[in-house]
Write a protein that binds this ligand. Structure first.
Ligand code: ADP
Length: 416
């Protein structure tokens, strides 16, 4: 018998916490799997009282587990204030003891990350809790590695913010999944994560199992975002080494499983995260998103050149907000269509396609429903779906070519 939401909840019933109140009356959330569990309790008045409550909770869960013929490898007790922020974390169980010695190398306080059974404060999981990491090597893709189980890593970048980079990254991910592929989406835009909104993750809880983040599974893809690990109203200020640490931990401590594609939505520009990614991961290639205007192209050009300098092949350019189709079917080239295609030609990289401006795309992003971009039936909806599907097909083609160049895959000839 394993630990479950029910038996952990039941175990806390009738147990007096540090303040004498029934622990079950303070219980806000339970998650359990195998021999691992985590609970959130309403915060108490002082640290020692919360530590006592956590010890009582562990004692009760351990006793219940022994009675059920199982054990507790990890129990994480988080105390949460009225605003939902974790103010104190207590960790118990054999797993936490064992991992305590290893410590937290990059200093990022993932919720529930196994770090020891001693009582210790949980630093607010934003910038101040992070330890700078040294040893950044400037060798492009030199020591980079593949992620176990992940076939292709595709970075999506842009020269500037607001051009629709996250929108394109997400719709590529969903489009690939609709073709039957296993797809993960890493929201690497650690300064302005969009995926909690665009994928409708707001009401979902972050789950940690065996010290690893479980990706959110929705709209046919797996996703991880820093937006679900920090309070939404806190500014995300990262110095270079902190950005590196945050990106590294999001990438490596998420249990992605087997994936055909991991799409990484990078922050805009040519900054630290792109550099970290290129150093850490063997990236199959990058997609550069830009709008048709000249100013966007200048920045996109720089982003494309950055990828090339980092040894990441540019798989192609996407022109977003390329044109607008009115209800009457009339096409308006609001920003002057075709600029990005021209830029791709000058760069000598493929043009993957154009995405129109549509009201539905904006609305679907705001309500966290990217699948709807592939199911619209009116004139604009059909146009959008066809363009997105075209992008996905072109990307797959470029990935196949890039993989052959990298020696990852050989062309096959089927005789029938
Ligand atoms: P970036 O990641 O480049 O900062 P986003 O993908 O967050 O940009 O897009 C910025 C805003 O523009 C979002 O509100 C998004 O829904 C909207 N948007 C992006 N592309 C389109 C499009 N083709 N049509 C309509 N709205 C779009």
């Amino acid at each position: 018998m394993a630990l479950s939401k029910q038996n952990v909840t039941e175990a806390l019933r009738g147990v007096a916490g540090g303040d004498g109140k029934d622990l079950a009356s303070r219980l806000l959330w339970v998650s359990a799997c195998d021999t691992y569990a985590s609970v959130k309790l309403q915060r108490g008045a002082e640290r020692e009282e919360m530590a006592r409550a956590a010890r009582a909770a562990f004692g009760a869960v351990e006793k219940m587990a022994a009675g059920e013929g199982t054990r507790v490898d990890s129990l994480i007790v988080e105390f949460v204030d009225d605003g939902g922020s974790v103010v104190q974390t207590e960790r118990f169980g054999g797993l936490n003891q064992a991992k305590m010695a290893k410590g937290n190398e990059a200093g990022m306080e993932m919720p529930g990350r196994a770090a020891g059974s001693e009582s210790r404060p949980a630093p607010a999981p934003q910038a101040q809790g992070h330890t700078p990491i040294g040893g950044l090597k400037p060798t492009p893709q030199g020591g980079a590695e593949t992620l176990p189980g992940v076939k292709h890593i595709i970075a999506v970048g842009a020269g500037k913010g607001g051009v629709g980079k996250s929108t394109v990254a997400l719709n590529l991910a969903v489009g690939l999944a609709r073709r039957g592929l296993a797809v993960g989406l890493l929201d690497g835009d650690i300064y302005g994560p969009s995926m909690p909104t665009m994928l409708g993750l707001e009401s979902l809880e972050t789950v940690v199992h065996e010290g690893q983040l479980q990706p959110f599974v929705t709209h046919g893809i797996k996703c991880m975002t820093i937006g679900k690990l920090v309070a939404p109203d806190k500014p995300l200020i990262w110095r270079g080494p902190m950005a590196h640490g945050a990106f590294k931990q999001l990438t490596e401590q998420t249990r992605w499983g087997e994936l055909d594609y991991l799409i990484i939505d990078l922050p805009p520009g040519t900054g630290d995260v792109s550099l970290s990614m290129a150093q850490m991961l063997k990236v199959t290639g990058a997609v550069v998103v830009c709008t048709p205007q000249k100013v966007a192209q200048d920045d996109a050009w720089r982003a494309a050149k950055m990828f090339q300098q980092l040894g990441v092949p540019v798989l192609g350019v996407v022109e977003n907000m390329s044109y607008f189709v009115g209800d009457d079917g009339k096409v308006y080239d609001i920003f002057g269509r075709g600029g990005a295609e021209h830029m791709a030609q000058k760069l000598g990289v493929p043009f993957l396609g154009a995405v129109p401006i549509t009201m539905a795309l904006r609305a679907n992003s705001d309500k966290g429903d990217p699948t709807a971009n592939y199911t619209g039936e009116d004139r604009a909806g059909t146009e959008l779906r066809e363009k997105l599907e075209g992008l996905v097909r072109n990307l797959e083609g470029q990935v196949a070519l890039a993989s052959m160049k990298l020696g990852q895959e050989r062309p096959t000839l089927r005789v029938s």
